[in-house]
Design a protein around this ligand. Sequence first.
Ligand code: ATP
Ligand code: MG
Ligand code: FE
Length: 339
Amino acid sequence: TIVLGIETSCDETGVGLVRDGVLLGQALASSMEEHVRFGGVVPEIAARAHVHAIVPTIRAALDDAGLTLDDVGAIAVTTGPGLATALHVGVAAAKAIAAATGLPLYGVHHLAGHAAADTLDHGPLPERSVGLIVSGGHTSLLHVRDLTRTPIEHLSDTLDDAAGEAFDKVARLLGLPYPGGPVIDRVAATGDPTAVRFPRPLTGRNDSRLGFSFSGLKTAVARYVERTPDLDVADTAASFQEAVADVLTRKALLACQDQRVDTLVIVGGVAANSRVRSLAQERCDTAGIELRVPRMSLCTDNGAMIAAIGDLLVRDGAKPSSLDVTVHPTIELQTAQLL
Ligand code: ATP
Ligand code: MG
Ligand code: FE
């Protein structure tokens, strides 16, 4: 069965096609540039851009795969979490196709899609693994079994900002454009990560072992920027990035230890960060843990990951969602499928 996946939870219109764990084609349109002058995603602008892009992006993905809609056997769509108005566009398109063709429809959780993205690069997940989901809206450690049948166990979350959000806010403090993650990554490459010793939140002896917090770190950067007249942006960016990478990877390895699993999967937009990737690799090598991180384009929002989780559900024999599915702007990740 070929699964068509549709993602419109934020500012990316993504469409992907997957069959049996293999990515056949994909297309992506982004309204990111339209949000730059506002310093963050404006929901109404994102939604309007999805309306504009959805049909051409579905066509482009089919073209990329050399397929037509007649080849498709199931539709998967992100129903949450995300921006309500943005989610509605993808869900409406998916329902329209399902209603017109009679194809089964699967409403899926965006974060389950992020986790499934890695299977497109590295094959099926092992029986048990620890997942670190780090994105614009989430920073969570998960105990992952099969992604589709067993509920996903949350080991920890962030108490305040998500890691990606911290990147975006710190970039703004440094006078760098939105979205901050990729820009900080680029600027940090020329800086000294040991220049400023920023705090490593929640790593004290009496702190939550697996919990995250990034708002204090952001404030520490703000204070440093205020009191430093000849600010070296590259050094500051590199030092901030080092603090985030240190905390994320340290806690992810603790979670692997606690759960006695030997596979760590890092997914979500921040998994595209070069220092997060390299430090995770170093520490996993030392600890004898297998690290899985998908290629960068599968880390940030895309349609292939939604097709990937849809494909896993189809192959597991999951019952399709009803054509009444609606959007769930805020919903915890427990199961991949949202009925
Ligand atoms: P969520 O998945 O939680 O709903 P989202 O969909 O907005 O949020 P993603 O597209 O998965 O998030 O990730 C976007 C976030 O990732 C942004 O905060 C962005 O700054 C960050 N990001 C992207 N590339 C990098 C990078 N190279 N380094 C650090 N952060 C990055
Ligand atoms: Mg995005
Ligand atoms: Fe995302």
